[in-house]
Design a protein around this ligand. Structure first.
Ligand SMILES: [Zn+2]
Length: 232
């Protein structure tokens, strides 16, 4: 049973100790409670993120909401190990299934963030049984994780395109830069002209600028002069 749940939860470095159903008059609904712990060799300091030696399990009992299994609400429960970190002292370990400080597993957070992109507030809150404020905090954490793991959109550029476009009936302009090879927008800024396009090139490292071989544009002078200056 524990190994089936280990497979279902699919978190590297997690040990499933026990699974039980917790029910009672004090509970609004029965909960599928999965007792877990991080594998001993996988302990990391929750402050600095370094791998550290375990100290004890005195970090208190914590719970994380996970995705429901059908109509069952699922919660992971762990007696938190502490680590002895030479830098941060004796502190609670981080766990491989959740961000420090979050009451939700990463899988739950990923589902919530995706749902927020395709459904309205009422649907998200009602379907996941969480407050909209909480969903906002989750979305911020997921966005942070994605940013940290995604490579820079400015790496490996070969062919870019630039143009200004207007909105509000042509009164307000923005400059947009696209990556032709990956087919996506990589930068946008209010206004247009040389000063604005300069800001784009200023954000690139010399190496990133050097890899650009083709710049397409509509022949505007500000585009040509910028390209001559930054990508000769
Ligand atoms: Zn530390």
């Amino acid at each position: 049973m524990n190994s089936i749940f280990k497979q279902l939860l699919n978190v590297k470095g997690m040990v499933v100790e026990n699974v039980c159903i917790v029910d009672g008059p004090m509970r609004p609904e029965p909960v599928l409670e999965v007792r877990v712990r991080p594998r001993a060799g996988m302990l990391r300091c929750s402050r600095c993120g370094r791998k550290r030696r375990g100290y004890d399990r005195g970090g208190g009992v914590r719970r994380w909401r996970h995705q429901d299994f059908g109509c069952w609400r699922v919660e992971l429960v762990a007696s938190m190990p502490r680590v002895d970190c030479p830098k941060c002292g004796v502190v609670v370990a981080s766990v491989p299934w959740a961000e420090p400080g979050s009451r939700f597993t990463r899988d739950f957070e990923a589902e919530c963030a995706w749902l927020m992109t395709v459904a309205n507030q009422r649907t998200v809150s009602g379907f996941l049984h969480i407050a909209w404020r909480t969903a906002g905090q989750i979305a911020r954490r997921v966005a942070g994780r994605l940013r940290a793991s995604a490579p820079s959109p400015f790496d490996g550029l070969h062919a870019i395109g630039v143009d200004e476009t207007s909105y509000r009936k042509g009164h307000t302009y923005i400059t947009v830069v696209v990556d032709h090879e990956r087919g996506r927008v990589i930068w946008a800024h209010d206004g247009y002209g040389k000063d604005v396009f300069d800001l784009f090139f200023q954000q690139l490292t010399p190496g990133q600028r050097a890899s650009i071989r083709v710049v397409t544009g509509d022949g505007a002078k500000w585009i040509d002069s910028c390209v001559h200056e930054w990508c000769p």
